[in-house]
Design a protein around this ligand. Structure first.
Ligand SMILES: Nc1ncnc2c1ncn2[C@@H]1O[C@H](COP(=O)(O)OP(=O)(O)OP(=O)(O)O)[C@@H](O)[C@H]1O
Length: 248
């Protein structure tokens, strides 16, 4: 009804209409969101409810070839959040206790030794500047690699950044917070050849998650055939190429 009014009724003050009625429009938002996130106790904040309602309104507007942007007084849904809400995998990767992570991160970071600190700074700088890069960290057992991963992971997750923590083996993946095996996370084929790719298509939730990741941490990397990395590299290059995304 709200969309019909906006499009056909020449409403003089759309923002006022929205402010007066947004809570009515948002009534159906909370329940499906609880179901979708498998959390019956989820309480969305007012800002989240408003944003999700605006997302729905914008979708309905687009079906009629219109957009909320045509109504300058109307708020526009925040794209970043809109995208995140629609991707369950991203939701899961952002669903951490940020305060707890921040405290852990500060403590871990303060304890880094000089070599760990050097690597931590180089990786953090590369992420902050968006330069991209490949860092190969090696050291004997017990030299503090997992400690370093945890420092990087807690710092980024505390800032709501997506970190994909994987390991070549199931056992090693258990030592990483939120860790998975590389095979299961990236759908790497079991039988690998020199031209293999991962089973991830454009427009899927997994593709969205991979594109959103700030860093992939791969523990025990040398334990797996190089074809696995090459398959992932080929796949990520393809996913990050927007011209190939036919779903847009
Ligand atoms: N900078 C540090 N300050 C305090 N403790 C540390 C530090 N670095 C590592 N440790 C501790 O040393 C132990 C071994 O570190 P860690 O598990 O990170 O090593 P690792 O290189 O991952 O070992 P492995 O290759 O066997 O998995 C852990 O108990 C860890 O908490």
């Amino acid at each position: 009804m709200f969309v019909i009014m906006l499009i056909f009724c020449e409403v003089t003050n759309p923002k006022k209409l929205w402010e007066k009625n947004w809570s009515l429009l948002a009534e159906g938002i909370q329940h499906p969101e609880r179901k979708r996130r498998h959390n019956l106790h989820l309480e969305l904040t007012e800002a989240q409810l408003k944003n999700l309602t605006l997302v729905d309104i914008e979708e309905l507007m687009k079906r009629s070839g219109r957009t909320l942007a045509e109504f300058p007084s109307m708020p526009i849904p925040e794209k970043e959040k809109e995208y995140a809400y629609k991707n369950k995998l991203i939701d899961e990767e952002l669903d951490y206790d940020k305060e707890k992570l921040r405290t852990q991160h500060i403590s871990l970071k303060n304890g880094l030794n000089s070599v760990q600190r050097e690597i931590f700074d180089a990786v953090s700088q590369s992420i902050e500047q968006g330069n991209g890069g490949l860092f190969f960290v090696h050291g004997s057992g017990g030299t503090g690699k997992t400690y370093l991963w945890n420092t990087i992971i807690t710092g980024l997750r505390a800032k709501s950044k997506v970190v994909l923590a994987v390991a070549s083996s199931g056992i090693a993946s258990l030592l990483l917070p939120g860790g998975r095996t590389a095979h299961s996370r990236f759908k790497i084929p079991i039988t690998l050849e020199d031209n293999s790719t991962c089973d991830v298509s454009h427009g899927t939730q997994l593709a969205g998650l991979i594109c959103k990741a700030k860093i992939i941490i791969w523990d025990e990397a040398p334990m797996i055939h190089r074809h696995a990395f090459e398959a992932l590299e080929r796949t990520v290059r393809d996913l990050m190429n927007p011209s190939k995304d036919k779903t847009k």
